[in-house]
Design a protein around this ligand. Structure first.
Ligand code: AMP
Ligand code: MG
Length: 269
């Protein structure tokens, strides 16, 4: 299996040069689902170890255009996890309370504690995406946010939070197919929002905003993974695979067992 493109500081990417329909060497859906099941099995064990080890947290940031598959990726990938050790946070239009704080306040609040996995369904990146596209704050203000995000993510990583950022990359044609599918299938109607049609008009502006966010916020401590996401089975398997590799790289271990002497003193009656 090919890994998704992982961005590197100073190496600019152009989204239009990166395929959205790559199969990443997974060939077809059945093969990818078998591979996903294997990844999930390993993730289950690693999550247990992450909890026992209690030194690190894993923060997964999911960003995508509308219909890009953030919810689907969460449903498939997180099905391998013990719910006690993970929290999924969806970032919506900021509430009154959130709006009177700095833009990172709500993100910081949702960062997972040590030993657990946190997933951001959208994130602090919305503050340089929709906010920029629709000019919700002045340019001078959002321009500063790239550095502020890098500083924030650096601080987290220095405090044991490992950050995995995924951009689920779909084509405009695939978005059209998915929007149509939501209208055609009555059980998917609820997912359709007129707002998505409105945002679709800004496709090019969003792609530019994403490109900048990815290029300006690719750091050694929190690079982006660009996941070809036209095929849902590729998307899910690549995300699970990257999470598994990240957790494996932490050299997680169980805390030191009790000594023989200590064990001999303890009597369970
Ligand atoms: P959904 O993810 O489909 O439930 O939609 C959530 C909506 O909230 C999306 O349109 C986001 O762009 C929007 N949103 C999330 N964060 C922000 C933010 N910081 N400012 C403005 N809109 C936001
Ligand atoms: Mg939506």
């Amino acid at each position: 299996m090919k890994r998704p493109l992982v961005t590197r500081p100073g190496r600019k990417i152009r989204l239009r040069d990166i395929p959205t329909d790559d199969d990443a060497g997974l060939v077809d859906k059945p093969a990818a689902r078998v591979r996903l099941a294997e990844e999930l099995e390993r993730l289950r064990k690693l999550q247990h170890l992450l909890y026992a080890d209690n030194r690190f947290a894993l923060l997964v940031v999911l960003q995508a255009m509308d219909t890009g598959g953030k919810d689907g990726a969460i449903r498939h990938v997180m099905s391998g996890f013990n719910p006690s050790g993970c929290v999924v946070t969806s970032f919506k239009v900021p509430s009154m309370e959130e709006r009177v704080h700095d833009f990172l306040w709500r993100a910081h609040h949702a960062v997972p504690p040590r030993g657990s996995v946190g997933v951001f369904n959208r994130s602090h990146y919305e503050d340089v995406l929709i906010v920029r596209v629709h000019k919700l704050v002045p340019r001078e203000e959002w321009q500063l946010r790239y550095r502020q995000i890098n500083d924030f993510e650096r601080m987290l990583s220095e405090n044991g939070v490992h950050i995995l950022k995924f951009f689920l990359h779909i084509s405009k044609g695939e978005q059209q197919r998915r929007l149509k599918a939501r209208l055609k299938d009555s059980t998917k109607n609820w997912k359709f929002s007129e707002g998505d049609l409105f945002e679709r008009k800004f496709w090019a502006k969003y792609q530019d905003a994403y490109e900048d966010a990815i290029n300006r916020c690719s750091t050694p401590w929190a690079p982006w993974h660009i996941v070809p996401a036209d095929h849902k089975w590729v998307r899910d398997t690549l995300v699970a695979h990257a999470m598994r590799l990240e957790l494996e790289s932490l050299n997680l271990r169980y805390p030191k067992p009790l000594s023989k002497a200590a064990l001999s003193r303890i009597k369970v009656r």
